[in-house]
Structure formats: structure tokens, C-alpha cells
Design a protein around this ligand. Structure first.
Ligand SMILES: [Fe+2]
Length: 301
């Protein structure tokens, strides 16, 4: 396989995971993301790994999200509906269910590791995102690390600092404890602190762990691959957030994560490994209802 990641500049190498960066990649040239291939995927993707989201937005840009299933609607009609509407389809575990994609994803991450000394990503997990010209992804943060590879259309991403004002620690505790979805409180004034990038086909974006972000497509049909991953460090921090979230529920004192030394984070992580077995909090995300089923009908704009 030819190199999927071209050599990085020094600024990209030193900035990776310390600041938002963009870089070039070759996923768009693999032929994996043509209309023809997307239709085939939409036709055969298992229902339980297939999300269709219809979006409405209020004046502040907050989302009213309806998540549904495709029902009996054929792939060709779903793709047409995405191109003409305000829908967003996510095919989860794309690296496992789409032959060739897993190999490409791993080769791209090998390419990143070749640029950044010591970067070792594990538990790679890809979502193929196929979205309408006007689709937006609301302000949110992901618990794992993420690289967003963009293949078709243009989109704009706002990336915000992962400080208390933009990513409250309690919010991340709730996300790792699965007490809330990844959506976070947002208002337009926060945009002053954001770094903004326009992604063209063949570009990717990455940011420091837990940086909130939001996305707007720029009037074109879009196809992207969002790959989440863990590193040793992200595991420790997320485990520490998990333990802190339980301590907070027990009314015990919780320190700010950015003031928690490495050794204390590791101790919290170890506590979380033990505590996780007891399932002390109920997963409130797993059973979120699907609000509709397309039931063979095209998606209305
Ligand atoms: Fe995200």
C-alpha cells in the first residue's frame, strides 16, 4: 500500500495532541468511498450498527436530535435522502464490516506513528459518516482520542479548548460514566475561543484529548471517517474521571484533573478498574430510544 500519510512538518509533529492540527492523507484516493460503494454499504450494514440522525437546530445552534433506523429503505434512497436533506448517517464499526477499510485505517495510523515518536494508538474504532450538505454536528466532546479523516465534500470544524469553561470536568465524568451523551452546553460566544479549520477531501483533523468541537458541512454532500482510539495516557485520564465521578456521587472531594499529578491519576485509574466490576452506576446511554424508523420511505428535506 502506498503511504497514506505524507511526511509532517515540525509544527505538525510537535503540535500533535497538544494543539488542534490538520494534515494530508490518502484515504480519499482508495476508491472505497464512491457513491456506488456507499450504496452497497448502506444496503447491507447491520441495523444495530447503523444510525440515521435527523437534525433540527435552535437559534443558538443547539440540536434537537432524532435518531432512527433505516427500516426497509434501500441504500440508494438513503443516499439520495442524505444528499437532499438534513440527515446524517453513521455506520459504526466500519473498520470491521467493510472489507479493505480496516487495513487502510491501520495503515493511516501507522503513518501517524511514523511521524510522532512514541505515539501508539490502540482499540481503533471507525465510524463512517455520510452527511447532507447542510448537516451539522452539535458541540460535544469524545472520551477517546479521535482523528477525523475527510474524504468527500467540504466541512468546517470548530475546536475549543479542553478547559473548565468549555469542557467542564463534571461533564466528562458523566460521559465516561455513561450518564449523559457527548453533547455539552454551548453558546455562540464560545466560538471566540475556537480554532476553525475548513476540511477538504484528503485532509484530516486531530486535537488534544477531550477538546470539544462542532462541525458544519459547507453546502456539499460529505463523507468522512471518524476513528477513535485509546492511548495509555487517555486510558489513565478516562479511568481517573470514572473514579472521580463515583467519588463525587459519594460526596467525596474531587481534585481538578489538570492539578492531579500523574501518580494520583494512575491511582484513580487503578481504583476505577476495581470499581468498574461492581457496575455502581446504570448505563443511561445504551437504551436511548430510536425515535423513528424510515420504513421504506425516502428521507424528506
Ligand atoms: Fe466528535
Amino acid at each position: 500500500m502506498t503511504a497514506l500519510i505524507a511526511p509532517w512538518t515540525d509544527a505538525q509533529k510537535t503540535g500533535f495532541l497538544k494543539a488542534p492540527i490538520t494534515f494530508s492523507h490518502g484515504l480519499a484516493d482508495t476508491g472505497l468511498f464512491t457513491d456506488e460503494n456507499l450504496v452497497k454499504l448502506l444496503d447491507r450494514w447491520p441495523h444495530e450498527l447503523y444510525d440515521i440522525n435527523l437534525f433540527d437546530f435552535d437559534d443558538e445552534g443547539n440540536t434537537i436530535l432524532r435518531t432512527g433506523t433505516r427500516g426497509r429503505t434501500p441504500g440508494e434512497q438513503v443516499l439520495e435522502g442524505i444528499k437532499g436533506g438534513r440527515a446524517w448517517v453513521q455506520l459504526r464499526r466500519a473498520d470491521q464490516g467493510y472489507e479493505g477499510l480496516g487495513e487502510v485505517m491501520r495503515a493511516a495510523f501507522d503513518g501517524i506513528s511514523a511521524q510522532v515518536k512514541g505515539f501508539r494508538a490502540e482499540n481503533l474504532n471507525a465510524q463512517l459518516i455520510i452527511s447532507a450538505p447542510q448537516a451539522k454536528v452539535a458541540y460535544h466532546a469524545d472520551a477517546p482520542g479521535v482523528v477525523l479523516f475527510h474524504m468527500r465534500g467540504r466541512k468546517r470544524i470548530w475546536i475549543y479548548p479542553n478547559d473548565e469553561a468549555h469542557m467542564p470536568q463534571v461533564g466528562m465524568e458523566n460521559i465516561v460514566l455513561k450518564q449523559q451523551t457527548e453533547d455539552l452546553p454551548y453558546n455562540r460566544a464560545m466560538d471566540a475561543a475556537a480554532q476553525v479549520f475548513d476540511l477538504n477531501p484528503g485532509e484530516a483533523a486531530s486535537w488534544p484529548l477531550h477538546c470539544p468541537h462542532r462541525i458544519e458541512n459547507l453546502g456539499e454532500f460529505n463523507c468522512s471517517l471518524s476513528v477513535d482510539y485509546q492511548t495509555w495516557e487517555s486510558r489513565i485520564i478516562n479511568g481517573a474521571h470514572y473514579a472521580n465521578g463515583l467519588m463525587r456521587r459519594a460526596k467525596l472531594p474531587v481534585a481538578a484533573m489538570d492539578k492531579t499529578p500523574k501518580a494520583a491519576r494512575a491511582a484513580l485509574w487503578a481504583a476505577h478498574v476495581a470499581l468498574k466490576r461492581f457496575k455502581l452506576v446504570e448505563d443511561k446511554i445504551a437504551n436511548l430510544d430510536r425515535a423513528f424508523e424510515l420504513d421504506g420511505k425516502p428521507i424528506a428535506a
